[in-house]
Design a protein around this ligand. Sequence first.
Ligand code: GDP
Ligand code: IMO
Ligand code: MG
Length: 424
Amino acid sequence: MPVKVIVGMQWGDEGKGKIVDMISGKVDVVARYQGGANAGHTVVIGSEKYVLHLIPAGILRSDKTCIIGNGVVLDPAAFIAEVDGLAARDITAKGSLFISVRAHLIMPYHKRLDRASEQSASVTKIGTTGRGIGPTYSDKASRLGLRVADLYRPDYFRDRLVQSAKQKDSFLGSFYGEEGSDIDAVVETFMGYAERLKDYVADTGAMIRAAVAEGKSILAEGAQGTMLDIDQGTYPFVTSSTCVSGGACTGLGIPPSAITEVLGVMKAYTTRVGEGPFPTEMGGQEGEDLRAAGGEFGATTGRPRRCGWLDGVVGRYAVEVNGVNSIALTKMDVLDNMPEIRICVAYEMDGERLENMPANIADMARVTPIYETVKGWMSRTAGVSKYSDLPDGAKRYIDRVEELVQAKVSIVSTGESRAATIVR
Ligand code: GDP
Ligand code: IMO
Ligand code: MG
């Protein structure tokens, strides 16, 4: 198993953190390939709960090498806070955690731009995490970004900073009436970060390629999910990175031929944080009840997550786009008390049945789900760790999901703890 990719199949928060933690026990390297501190990956070990934003969940196992790849956008302050937070809980990152020299830096003006755009009345609100993710990827594509390596060439860093900041300041000033950047202060702060980061910085692409050549096993930890992917998701209501499995190649510096397996993580229902169409969203009390049962509040921003039924159209699409070999179906236990469960099998628009989702977001917002209703199992799956101990109704649900999305469920998660997991 050289490279196994773990990818979210919905709109994020599928329980990737728990599954990464589980599988990381058997690998040598755990690597994040995209996104930034917008992620919130929760791992529960005994009575301890950890929420990781930027650092791969493999850090919780002391013998793993962890990598923040070139495809990630790095907020040095968030990184330092996370490292310090782990240290306070006796988890040492130094020596086992590495940041790519090619990762782009989230600068103060990126966060200001993100927030200003979200508050603006004249720009579509996305409901971002406000972490500066979009503007940083924009600068990367515009070739105006600053990278980790640049921190160690102070003259070059300042020169690039001036170019990039000038452009943003002009826009922030004229469009949002904001004040300009204090270049000297930014340089001073980032030179301080450079000092704190220097023990972690490495050519992680070379490291991973060497690990692949040596036959080591690598787990690529996806953040967000397929429907939040910049190309394959519900654009423009997406994040700004390549969340799908293909992103692991560009975001880590490895060839497609190195990827041997893709594990898709899918919740037994659906959630979404932020704006944008969500065909199977539940309204009113029903949605609130599911939110309460699943504890569906954002791990990064604390925002209540929008909740809805499982969407088979989304699931099938995610299987196809990512090349999902098998699925980890999470949060089964949350459906334990549902007398009836609905599964969306297709959409309808203008009286026509759609097997695939429309590309235009206005169309996506007006499709209506075609549901199939199954009887709930109304008994406990919570904590179950053997497939044979699942109630028949739960087994039937899994069978139906497999049939709908055309992939096997290899892992079923029945609770937040490590023990509450079924491996088939
Ligand atoms: P991620 O972003 O995909 O890693 O997911 P999050 O950590 O943001 O959200 C998943 C939440 O569900 C976390 O609070 C997990 O502890 C929790 N969780 C994961 N798997 C299960 C499960 O099978 N059952 C229950 N009840 N909770 C789970
Ligand atoms: P994990 O890895 C759920 C959403 C935001 C917003 C959109 C764009 O924990 O699954 P951004 O700040 O990235 O520009 O916001 O993407 N979003 C997530 N939703 N889980 C996440 O990460 C998310 N990361 C970003 O809510 O709708
Ligand atoms: Mg999350």
